[in-house]
Write a protein that binds this ligand. Sequence first.
Ligand code: PRT
Ligand code: MG
Length: 213
Amino acid sequence: MITLALSKGRIFDETLPLLKAAGIEVLDDPEKTRKLILATNQPEVRVVLVRATDVPTYVQYGGADLGITGLDTLIEHGNEGLYLPLDLQIAKCRVSVAVREGFDYAAAVRQGARLRVATKYVAIAREFFAAKGVHVDLIKLYGSMELAPLTGLADAIVDLVSTGNTLKANHLVEVERIMDISSRLVVNQAALKLKREPIRRIIDAFGQALGQP
Ligand code: PRT
Ligand code: MG
């Protein structure tokens, strides 16, 4: 049995065409079923639905053989025990710094005062501001980062931006772009050895669908 860990929503939706290219069709709609283990048209392949942030954990400890996860999540989790064969070019966005409209970010950074930054992406934010030599107090949040500068919880946020509509709707502006994000195929290294053939077949089919040799 090959187990693939996916999160519901954009990653699941954007993974379907790749699965199809590998001849795999998921038999249930995750938005309609309450099942967490979904069968596919291939009796030896199943999909498990987990929280986006839990995908690397499932694959690392062998709860799943493969998974698909954003680079953002992967960096925060670390890639120990994981083989990363493909950038799938799906669920694209960027990690950026944003502040309230009218907040003088350049001056705040120049003055060298400590900047209060709220984020779910503590590792990415810490590394980014350390490289710039900016002192920050990081405040860990698990969601709705956009609210932090509006309520005085923080001066800035580090969050994912795709269209920019969420920032705009909350009167926030993007002041720095930290990195581009897309989703990666992650594979359990032990599973790759034990189930080499079927896992290779999936990696190769995904690679071909992406136009990679
Ligand atoms: O929801 P849950 O807490 O379970 O986890 P999650 O929010 O991490 O999952 P999900 O499915 O929302 O995101 C999974 C992955 O999709 C992320 O890890 C990213 O790699 C990728 N991705 C791509 C995005 C976006 N685009 C995105 N726009 N993830 C989140 N967003 C959010 C962003 O956080 C912000 O709130 O959408 C909002 C901004 O969107 P725009 O279009 O208004 O700029
Ligand atoms: Mg979400």
